[in-house]
Design a protein around this ligand. Structure first.
Ligand code: ATP
Ligand code: MG
Length: 266
């Protein structure tokens, strides 16, 4: 079977800093894989390289059989990739509904003349998109807030809205950067259940960066652990928790007084 995503030996430096070195990952259809590691390990950099925010200094990224290493972000989205951001990126003054509708731009293609002429097919696409966005909001328990500005939502709701927006383009691959960050325990448990359902319903392949080990253990079939830009473990999430190098990576960060995230955290 052809892999959905094949990342081979990608590296990235910022100035003199090697943020990521020789990173490899293969995702098959339906995989749900965790990417973990202490602060600054290079996790978000991996997502930025896969989604086309940055170009790798070296290496290759193949998605759905095409070499996308040099493609711009929008082209990757149109090919079936979608992501959320560690720092929530919503249009806070726009309505919740419009935030979701905007996520569909990779999916719905209006030509210039359709928009200017407001043709029948433009109106039909508009109506269909609004219906789909409302259905998506309902799925995320946000339908009641559809007309409210996004800034009125609680933090946990804003995180859910970001995922709803990422899904409206019907991606094959979903990259989630700390979806449970800032959520309380109850919200986190709800999110885990929701992600499990969405993964099945939408036939998604998911790569998930997450500091809550409970989320990773509950959801992920495999996990990859980064430390200082290098992969120090790849395999079973339960085994990762016991692995000496992984424990040391997290412990080292705590001894240095950084706000490391304990691997055994519930
Ligand atoms: N735009 C940038 N310019 C310079 N350095 C950067 C930039 N983005 C990230 N870095 C550095 O690259 C390294 C990896 O950062 P990255 O954001 O990928 O880590 P992370 O694993 O996502 O960390 P966190 O858990 O804190 O989100 C860090 O040392 C970071 O300071
Ligand atoms: Mg990060």
């Amino acid at each position: 079977m052809m892999a959905l995503l094949e990342v081979t030996n990608i590296s990235h430096t910022f100035g003199g800093l090697q943020a990521l070195a020789d990173f490899n990952v293969t995702l098959n259809d339906g995989d749900l894989v965790g990417l973990i590691g202490p602060n600054g390990a290079g996790k978000t950099t991996v997502f930025n390289l896969i989604s086309g925010v940055y170009r790798p200094d070296q290496g290759r990224i193949v998605f759905a059989g095409q070499d996308i290493t040099l493609w711009p972000s929008y082209r990757r989205m149109a090919a079936g990739m979608s992501r959320t951001f560690q720092n929530i990126r919503l249009f806070k003054d726009m309505s919740v509904l419009d935030n979701v509708r905007l996520g569909a731009f990779a999916h719905y293609t209006y030509s210039f003349w359709q928009i200017v002429g407001r043709t029948a097919s433009f109106h039909l696409q508009e109506r269909r998109l609004t219906q789909e966005a409302l259905a998506m909001l309902a799925r995320f328990g946000l339908a009641g807030s559809a007309q409210a500005p996004a800034r009125n939502l609680s933090y946990g709701e804003q995180r859910r809205l970001e995922i709803a927006r990422a899904l409206i383009s019907r991606p094959k691959l979903l990259l989630l950067d700390e979806p449970a960050a800032g959520m309380n325990q109850a919200e986190t448990l709800e999110l885990v259940a929701l992600l499990r359902d969405l993964h099945r319903e939408f036939a998604l392949t998911i790569m998930l960066i997450e500091h809550h080990m409970g989320v990773v253990l509950d959801l992920c079939q495999r996990v990859q652990v980064l430390d200082f830009g290098s992969t120090i473990f790849a395999g079973n999430p339960q085994e990762a928790q016991q692995h000496p190098q992984v424990l040391e990576a997290y412990l080292g960060k705590e001894e240095n007084g950084e706000h490391g995230h304990a691997i055994a955290e519930p």
